[in-house]
Design a binder for this molecule. Structure first.
Ligand code: EPU
Length: 293
């Protein structure tokens, strides 16, 4: 019996992942599963566990680099109406894991639900933003999380408070749980003031970063304590350095941009180069922020 017995309607074989990532790079997933609701997600996780198949959850592919060989396991994609729903009950906002995070931010500000405008310009899904505790200079997702519903690999489902989720700098400890939905605790306030801040932070961000149209996955490395990875790579003289058609952004050295014709290996070679050069110069080991499958 196949591992995906009963899930055939939502399973596809050998699906190119490049179509689902901002980088537009990388090979296929052996299986791509698109559960339509929490029950099908739970069933998928249980069956992967029983069959001992490795699995990953695909968000909107904004912080993801897929190897050229692809991923030899099950990729779970939370897309469709059940996952992309957002709803509001001030001062709270709720969203499914597959909802577009920037869209949620905009919807909140427009309704005078304030807080998330500090996170303007962070692409990705709500689930991905929570798992990675996405953020920047003005805060991170954990600052606004109230509760998160997690589905576990044994099929159980439970809501967890933010304190239970082990949030740290660009990380969380979901212990193998998959985000199904989340509630954010915000402040009711003046939408005009919120929108003004939203626009100001947007401009601040994109004055210093490559445009969203450039193929990248945002910052490649975490900032080491007290330092900025972009500055360290810049000081190592690597801005504009290329491997194949991948390039360390001349605008912000913690971004690697994939020009037409680039491969994942080109990006990985630049990652190794940046790590090695920064280590030789400073003794600091840069840690990946970007997720690599
Ligand atoms: N810098 C350089 N050269 C460069 C890039 C940066 O000298 O090529 C210097 C800047 O001048 C500044 C310092 O490094 O003094 C920090 O740079 P920046 O203000 O651009 O912020 P960052 O620390 O590089 C962080 C987040 C970003 C987020 C911004 C703005 C991390 C790893 N990065 O970047 O998040 O957009 O703050 O809020 O935490 C991401 O997560 O993908 C991401 C891009």
């Amino acid at each position: 019996m196949s591992w995906c017995s009963g899930l055939e309607a939502i399973c596809r074989r050998d699906v190119p992942l490049r179509d689902y990532t901002w980088y537009g790079l990388g090979g296929p997933a052996a299986w791509l599963v698109t559960p339509r609701d929490e029950g099908e997600l739970a069933q998928t996780l249980v069956q992967c566990t029983v069959a001992r198949l490795p699995w990953r959850v695909l968000g909107r592919g904004a912080n993801l680099l897929v190897r050229d060989a692809g991923f030899d396991g099950v990729v779970i994609r939370l897309s469709g109406p059940a996952w992309e729903r957002t709803w509001f009950d001030p001062p709270h906002a709720h969203a499914g894991a597959g909802a577009d995070f920037p869209k949620l931010v905009k919807q909140c500000v427009e309704r005078g639900l304030l807080g998330l405008e500090n996170l303007v310009g962070i692409p990705g899904s709500v689930g991905g933003a929570i798992r990675q505790n996405a953020g920047g200079r003005h805060g991170s997702v954990a600052d606004y999380v109230h509760t998160v519903r997690l589905v576990r690999s044994d099929g159980s489902v439970r809501a967890h408070s933010a304190a239970e989720l082990g949030f740290g700098y660009r990380r969380s400890q979901l212990d193998g749980g998959v985000v199904s939905a989340a509630t954010f605790a915000l402040q009711s306030g003046d939408s005009a003031a919120g929108l003004a801040r939203y626009r100001a932070l947007w401009n601040e961000k994109y004055a210093s970063q490559p445009p969203l149209s450039a193929k990248s996955a945002g910052c490649v490395f975490k900032n080491p304590p007290g330092r900025a990875a972009g500055r360290l790579i810049d000081e190592a003289g690597l801005k504009g350095r290329r491997c194949g058609a991948a390039e360390i952004s001349p605008k912000h050295a913690n971004f690697i941009v994939a020009h037409p014709g680039a491969t994942t290996q080109n990006v990985l070679d630049l990652i190794t180069l940046a790590r090695d050069r920064v280590f030789e110069r400073t003794g600091i080991r840069l840690e990946l922020e970007l997720e690599v499958w």
